[in-house]
Design a protein around this ligand. Structure first.
Ligand code: ZN
Ligand code: ZN
Length: 222
């Protein structure tokens, strides 16, 4: 195996681009969290919003909090076109998934609208999803779904606005009868984007839709 220097501190002894002290610095999401949407809850109980109005995905799997130093890596990856970070970041998601036995018929990224894709040059979720599909021994697809239009950045909106913002943003090209599908993204905030995409997949017959995300961000409660 080729030795790669740690991306954060430059030390030579790294595993998939991060040395173990730097890896330990990555902010973990609390272990006690809602089994549906990963919101931290006392004793890991189902959170209030999921009791009242559960999201359309069946579970959100996410190892980290969107915080220092992971936020910096994700930002460099997404906006700085540091594509070599794809391996490191997808490695973190794959390590997290390593103990899971679930197999998916398809692993798909959250699609970008065409203009956004042209602007950025690549879909950051696509890079993560591709590597994740390999780990899960599942098939990758980036043409099952499409995004109809660019939405406002979710982080700038309150919860109710976020739901509205993405409600009809996605389309699904084929029937998905009986399929188990994993959606992959880099960061989730309220989960509204993932829920909206999951809803379209279920409308096309998908049996189960899980979301796999590297980091969960929290916006001020509204
Ligand atoms: Zn390091
Ligand atoms: Zn919840």
């Amino acid at each position: 195996m080729i030795k790669q220097k740690c991306l954060l501190c430059g030390q030579a002894d790294s595993h998939r681009g991060l040395c173990s002290p730097c890896r330990d610095m990555l902010p973990m999401l609390p272990a006690e969290r809602c089994p549906r949407c990963a919101e931290p809850t006392p004793g890991g109980s189902l959170c209030g919003p999921c009791q009242r109005r559960p999201p359309h995905f069946d579970a959100l799997h996410v190892p980290y909090l969107f915080g220092y130093p992971l936020s910096g890596l994700l930002h460099a990856f997404k906006y700085g076109k540091r594509l070599q970070l794809a391996g490191v970041l997808s490695g973190l998601l794959s390590d997290f998934a390593a103990g899971q036995s679930r197999k998916y018929d398809f692993v798909i990224p959250v699609p970008l609208a065409n203009e956004r894709l042209a602007q950025r040059g690549f879909n950051q979720s696509g890079e993560l999803a591709k590597a994740f599909a390999g780990t899960m021994n599942s098939r990758f697809s980036d043409d099952l779904c499409w995004r109809k239009y660019n939405t406002l950045p979710q982080a700038s909106l309150a919860r109710a606005e976020r739901l509205r913002n993405v409600r009809h943003a996605f389309g699904v090209k084929r029937r998905c009868d009986g399929l188990c599908i994993a959606i992959v993204d880099d960061v989730a905030t309220s989960g509204a984007t993932l829920s909206s995409l999951a809803r379209e997949l279920k409308k096309q017959g998908a049996k189960r839709v899980d979301a796999w995300v590297l980091a969960r961000a929290f916006s001020p409660k509204t």
